[in-house]
Design a protein around this ligand. Structure first.
Ligand SMILES: *[C@@H]1O[C@H](CO)[C@@H](O)[C@H](O)[C@H]1NC(C)=O
Ligand SMILES: *[C@@H]1O[C@H](CO)[C@@H](O)[C@H](O)[C@H]1NC(C)=O
Ligand SMILES: *[C@@H]1O[C@H](CO)[C@@H](O)[C@H](O)[C@H]1NC(C)=O
Length: 391
């Protein structure tokens, strides 16, 4: 058929398809940088301004935090305040304590204010120590140690599924396929009840950021032993990365109220894993920025505030899976026009602090050109497992 015989609608469709094809190319095939550009990107991506902020927040808490609790509501529980001194720069007055966290805790079962503060400081100290230590050496070295950190010794799981929360899962019918994996990682306590046909029902590891634990602890610390922050069953371990050091206090409070029926199996992510994920997210975000704007990587901060820029929980769960699995399948990551952002919520807006499109490029690289993935090649003895993305 000659082109002029094509009906206009078909022509329009072809034109539209070619446009969306180009969009896919743009999205997923930003060119690999040259070796020199790659080295520069790696160097810039290793500068972790948000991580430095985290360290100074933790140091301030370690040096100056105080804890006091007050009986409340007829002595059924106590209100716990964590305070830090703040100085008003406008006045010469001495600094005054200001609450940085407030938690309702059970009247009994929580250690005294002094011992809770001591435990909190011990937690901050090891948090700081691990993060200061990570600065030497290669952070990618953590990849070969991840099975051990998950309590597996050197054994890896044959197959793993990382289940994201994208609305593209709705109607996918992938539930049984997901549940057939040896290790199923879910993110940020997304609900599975009512969605089993599309997202499955099995959970082996619940991966969260510490805001999730904090919200849950604030709501349930007085009423539920171990804070009940485990929607997938109390025995399912939770892996958590710390986005604010004050959340280490929530972890202590939840841990202090555990019972054998309500355990609180919590793994705080290794500092090197956090640093590695921060580098990967920033590397891909800079690469995308350069491809889209033609500007140098050093101009990246015009678009992203370095203090708040952060990898998503999904990215860290995928990197963790790379370290503990022989084969990784990824479900429910990605966007399609018309699909909901989350399958289980009506959240419309994406968070600005993540660069999801850059993270998708990382996943695409993992699947189709693993040799282009930065940093993981710096881990001695580590081999990337095959990765498959399901849409
Ligand atoms: C602790 O408080 C003192 C007095 O306000 C202040 O000088 C010091 O810098 C604080 N320490 C940290 C690590 O923030
Ligand atoms: C959690 O509580 C148990 C006792 O129930 C204790 O042995 C353990 O050290 C606690 N963990 C942390 C991180 O405080
Ligand atoms: C980089 O950003 C600055 C503004 O911060 C701008 O003046 C400059 O033109 C940008 N560089 C390029 C190559 O676009």
């Amino acid at each position: 058929m000659k082109r002029r015989h094509l009906p206009p609608v078909l022509l329009f469709l072809l034109f539209f398809l070619s446009l969306s094809f180009r969009r896919c190319l743009l999205l997923y095939w930003t060119p690999s940088p040259s070796a020199a550009a790659d080295q520069l990107l790696r160097r810039l991506a290793a500068v972790d301004v948000g991580g430095d902020q985290l360290l100074s927040d933790a140091a301030a808490l370690l040096a100056n935090a105080s804890i006091s609790t007050f009986p409340s509501l007829g002595n059924h529980h106590r209100l716990l305040y964590l305070r830090l001194p703040f100085r008003n720069p406008a006045t010469p007055a001495p600094p005054r304590p200001r609450a940085v966290a407030r938690l309702r805790v059970p009247f009994d079962g929580i250690p005294s204010d002094a011992s809770l503060l001591a435990a909190f400081r011990a937690s901050l100290r090891s948090f700081l120590l691990a993060r200061r230590r990570r600065r030497g050496g290669t952070v990618a070295g953590v990849m070969t140690e991840l099975p051990g950190l998950l309590g597996r010794g050197r054994r890896r799981f044959p197959t793993c599924a990382v289940v994201g929360n994208s609305g593209i899962l709705l109607g996918s019918g992938r539930g049984a396929q997901i549940d057939a994996h040896d290790l199923v990682i879910r993110l940020n306590n997304a609900r599975v009840a009512g969605f089993a046909a599309d997202v499955g029902a099995k959970t082996s590891l619940s991966f969260v950021n510490s805001n999730i634990l904090h919200t849950c602890a604030t709501r349930s610390a007085i009423s539920v032993p171990g804070c009940g922050c485990h929607p997938y069953g109390r025995a399912v371990p939770m892996a958590m990365y710390v986005c604010q050091p004050v959340h280490l206090l929530d972890a202590l409070v939840c841990n202090a109220t555990t019972t054998p029926e309500s355990p609180f199996p919590l793994i705080v992510t290794d500092a090197r894993l956090d640093a590695l994920c921060a580098r990967i997210a920033k590397y891909y975000s800079m690469r995308r920025f350069m491809a889209e704007t033609g500007e140098p990587a050093s101009n990246w901060t015009r678009r992203h505030d370095e203090r708040y820029f952060h990898y998503s929980s999904g990215l860290q769960a995928v990197v963790m899976a790379l370290g503990v699995c022989d084969e990784v399948s990824v479900f429910g990551f990605g966007k399609v026009v018309g699909a909901k952002h989350h399958y289980h919520t009506n959240q419309k807006k994406e968070l600005d602090l993540h660069d999801y499109e850059a993270e998708y490029q990382f996943y695409r690289d993992l699947q189709t050109r693993p040799a282009a993935v930065p940093f993981l090649d710096e881990a001695p003895g580590f081999k990337l497992p095959p990765v498959k993305m399901y849409w």
